[in-house]
Design a protein around this ligand. Structure first.
Ligand code: CP
Ligand code: NVA
Length: 307
């Protein structure tokens, strides 16, 4: 049984296979319309979501299965052992997708579960997003090998998964950041990446952008902190710190070539990206968002042994 809590929970071959299958599924969705007939996906959310919730739920419908949506505050997860609750849910469902605040809670849930568990975004990783992202790169550029992906902004859950995914897909990854979101520091992954010549880090946006095929950014503040008054000072500090890393038309000039703009969404216009760039022809963000549907189908089929 394979979980997908991090990109590196699957092999690079499996990851690249899912990218190709996601593209094939997008081209011919009817071929898979009964593939998960009678199967149930349990979707557990401790945080808010638009894309993750809708893409997994619609994806399960289109594969012939059924998805159950549960917010944790409407379950007993807050008053019970998370592993035990995971074990019980896995007796009803064939697959679990969970968006938890803390990675440790997701790991506990997966420890109890008797069926595969997918990470729907925690404080360390967002692997289902990264699968979609590399699918989108391949769809737009017809390859992932040697493609230079630059991530601009705070190093976080999204960049952790995107960096591994890019390296898995044979691309070059540049992390352009002055700092990491503390919960997202993964020493083991960083050690592996630092030993890889396809990976580099810089705090200089001009250096990073040289020859960039793709520039990717994400919010400077994770969703769970937006309305937290205790986070207000940190929010203000980050807005000041990361302003030089905004993806805008001036930054794009430094690549010296056509560069695709990507963002996992939701975007915060005027902060990590401006709205000129968000809506230019080089921006592929809405196709990227659509691709969550196709990539999540490939992921569910793979984890259930149907690909
Ligand atoms: N990109 C992403 O995960 O979006 P949601 O937070 O809306 O699910
Ligand atoms: N880093 C963002 C990703 C949103 C999909 C967050 O955790 O809110």
């Amino acid at each position: 049984m394979t979980n997908f809590l991090r990109v590196r929970d699957v092999s690079s071959d499996a990851f690249n296979w899912m990218i190709d299958q996601a593209i094939a599924i997008k081209a011919n969705p009817d071929k898979w319309s009964d593939a998960l007939k009678g199967k149930t996906l349990a979707m557990i959310f401790q945080k808010t979501s638009t894309r993750t919730r809708f893409s997994f739920e619609a994806g399960m419908t289109e594969l012939g299965g059924h998805a159950i949506f549960a917010q944790t505050q409407h379950t007993q997860m807050g008053i019970a052992d998370i592993s035990d609750e995971g074990k019980v849910i896995s007796r009803y469902a064939d697959l679990i997708m969970a968006r938890m605040v803390y990675n440790r809670d997701l790991v506990a849930l997966a420890d109890g579960s008797e069926v595969p568990v997918i990470n729907g975004c925690d404080d360390r990783y967002h692997p289902a997003q990264a699968l979609t992202d590399l699918m989108t790169v391949k769809e737009k550029l017809s390859r992932t090998k040697d493609v230079k992906v630059v991530y601009m902004g705070v190093a976080n859950n999204v960049s952790n998964s995107l960096s591994m995914a890019t390296i898995y897909a044979g691309g070059r990854f540049t992390l352009c950041t002055p700092e990491f979101d503390p919960p997202a520091i993964d020493e083991e992954q960083l050690a592996a990446l630092h030993a890889n010549p396809m990976y580099e880090e810089t705090a200089d946006p001009v250096v990073a952008m040289k020859d960039a095929d793709v520039v990717y950014t994400d919010t400077w503040i994770n969703m769970e902190h937006f309305s937290n008054p205790e986070y207000a000072a940190e929010k203000e500090r980050r807005v000041a710190t990361f302003q030089p890393y905004q993806v805008n038309e001036n930054l794009l000039k430094f690549s010296g070539k056509e560069t695709l703009v990507m963002h996992c969404l939701p975007a915060h216009k005027g902060y990590e990206v401006n709205d000129t760039v968000l809506y230019t022809p080089n921006s592929v963000i809405f196709d990227q968002a659509e691709n969550r549907l196709h990539a999540q189908k490939a992921l569910m089929l793979y984890l259930l042994g149907k690909l």
